[in-house]
Design a protein around this ligand. Sequence first.
Ligand code: HEC
Length: 153
Amino acid sequence: MKITHIAVLAVASLSASVAFAQAKPEDQIKYRQSAMTINARSNGALNAMAKGDVPFNKEVAQRYATVIAELSDLPLLAGAYGPGTDRGALTKADPKVWSEPEKFKAAFDRFTVAAKALPAAAGDLATLKTALAELGKTCKGCHDNYRMNDYRM
Ligand code: HEC
């Protein structure tokens, strides 16, 4: 039973990554930027609660936290940084993403770990604040190295 379940999951994720790997470069770029946009909006909503700009609401907080957790590793799983996605007027990804892939992956993994910890932390304002601070460090840590200020032609 368990083994069947794992096999189904493995096949499903394999075919998902194959399908995504074949996506056109511009679609991969759009995909990773869209995931970032949704993460950023959700992060903003949570930060507004953390700062007290809007009242803390446990259900809303957990919903946004879950969105971030679920989306965090998709750009890597789905192959959104594939061949041909390093150039183009539409990307701000730094060439170092491709020249130092292990370091980039490590930065992504730090983000994913912080993101996956969010939903459990979002049930309480104090733990949410701590988890958001940790998450924010991983956004900045990656952007400082791997996102450029301008589009790359
Ligand atoms: C492991 C690296 C990494 C992490 C972690 C990361 N980002 Fe990004 N982010 C990027 C890269 C690379 C781009 C540029 C993508 C492109 O233009 O192709 C980007 C782009 C963006 C964009 C612009 C999207 C667009 O439409 O152009 C926003 C907003 C953003 N990130 C927010 C965040 C927030 C908020 C977090 C943390 C919750 C985060 N990012 C974490 C690497 C990262």
